[in-house]
Ligand binder design. Structure first.
Ligand SMILES: Cc1ncc(COP(=O)(O)O)c(C=O)c1O
Length: 415
């Protein structure tokens, strides 16, 4: 996508530009749905209709029931809600997790009780999963981490071994595996993971934030809980959802009012919901549009490798095997990913090193570090195209990359 300034936007994994239909739906909602959706009067009911439309559109998109969709502030909150649902508060008893534990009155005692059970989680999940898992571990949950293969795939055998390891310590309640990796685009073996988890009596949570609206529903087949974010499917930021199978009981992470059946207290946003509904409806047939992007991504990848070779060092692709059709992640030997991104930004090419959530930190990507080590991670740049990216964008982006490489190459070492 280009703006008037001819920026070539190749960072569709960080976020997507809102679709005109989404903006129109939000504009229309703004005029009639300003009331509080929880109010019982007419204006409140009008606002609530937009909330319910979003719930239904998301349910249709992920293939679950609207009654089992909880709207959240985005993918991060959906992931936190999913992980915490499986671990009850020991002291407070079942169903009361999140409430202060019965024994918390003692001076100096932590306000939240200890938790029981085990969680299996891959090392390459988004930080909203890995950090949530670390938080659960601090509260007593046994967390078994699964390392990826160098290809970027989490092997089902490694997942099964981690489950068995964790089960020796505590009953495994939940396995969390993303559908598509946010940095490499590698598609994870979700169906196999579901079979492995279910055979051992555990549930499977799938962070489908990078899969929904890009891949068909098989990408999260078998999941008991599915996380979605509107802004990755051309919807607005600040809204997402956790959809669950019937019978999965969630526990609120936030405490407050009765919105979202008490599972997500806080006044809901009808405008964001209107945009989410429009985006989710559009996303139903988006996988076909994305599949058609694969040849363009392949041409981009090949041309970038050629540009690197011409500048003295061919970049190395990160992520092998089955990949989402719109991402290429390359490590550039001799360069730093963040410096390349900054130089490309000056040339009007918007890409990222690591993911947007870790932008501004000097830390190399934990995903690529787990796959291939810190050096490979430090020199990585992710290019992600989208349904508006054209052949001309790709050709021009590669021309600018070549210019940046030539300029950086000509600088004296250490400058
Ligand atoms: C795989 C994955 N999960 C979760 C998230 C978090 O979603 P949000 O930005 O809506 O909080 C992202 C965002 O980049 C993501 O890529």
């Amino acid at each position: 996508m280009r703006s008037a300034a001819r920026v070539i936007y190749l960072d569709w994994n960080a976020t997507t530009p809102p679709h005109p239909e989404v903006l129109a739906a939000m504009q229309a909602a703004a005029e009639v749905a300003w009331a509080n959706p929880a109010s019982v009067h007419g204006p409140g009911r009008r606002a609530r209709a937009f909330i319910e439309q979003a719930r239904e559109a998301v349910a249709r998109l992920v293939g679950l029931d609207a009654r089992d969709v909880t709207l959240t502030s985005g993918g991060t909150e959906a992931n936190n809600l999913a992980l915490s649902h499986a671990f009850g508060d020991e002291a407070a008893g079942s169903g009361a997790a999140g409430a202060p534990s019965a024994g918390s009155g003692a001076a100096g005692a932590p306000p939240w009780g200890r938790l029981q059970g085990a969680l299996v989680v891959s090392r390459i999940e988004h930080p909203s999963v890995t950090r949530a898992a670390e938080g659960l571990a601090r509260r007593g949950v046994e967390v078994a981490w699964v390392e990826p293969e160098p290809s970027g795939r989490v092997a089902p055998e490694a997942l099964a071994a981690a489950l068995d390891r964790a089960a020796a310590v505590a009953p495994v309640r939940l396995v969390s595996l993303q559908a598509v990796n946010h940095e490499t685009g590698v598609i994870q073996p979700v169906a196999e993971a579901a079979a492995i988890a279910h055979a051992r009596g555990a549930r499977l949570h799938v962070d489908a934030v990078q899969a929904v609206g890009r891949l068909p529903p098989e990408a999260w087949a078998g999941a008991d809980l599915v996380s979605v974010a509107a802004h990755k499917i051309r919807g607005p930021k600040g809204i997402g959802a956790l959809a669950v199978r019937p019978g999965v009981r969630l526990r609120p992470v936030l405490l407050g009012g009765a919105q979202e059946r008490g599972l997500r207290p806080g006044t809901q946003d009808p405008l964001a919901a209107a945009g989410f509904a429009a985006a989710a409806r559009r996303a139903l047939d988006a996988p076909a549009r994305y599949a058609a992007l694969a040849p363009l991504r392949d041409r981009l990848e090949a041309a970038l490798i050629e540009a690197g070779r011409a500048a003295g060092a061919a970049p190395l692709p990160n992520g092998e095997g089955l990949r989402a059709p719109h991402i290429t992640n390359l490590s550039w030997p001799g360069w730093r990913g963040d410096e390349l991104c900054a130089a490309l930004d000056l040339e009007g090419v918007a890409v990222s090193s690591g993911s947007a959530c870790s932008a501004g930190t000097a830390e190399p990507s934990p995903v690529l570090t787990a796959m291939l080590g810190p050096e490979r991670a430090a020199s990585a740049v992710r290019f992600s195209i989208g349904e508006e990216t054209t052949e001309a964008d790709v050709v021009e982006a590669v021309r600018r990359v070549a210019r940046v490489l030539a300029r950086l190459r000509s600088l004296p070492a250490g400058s």
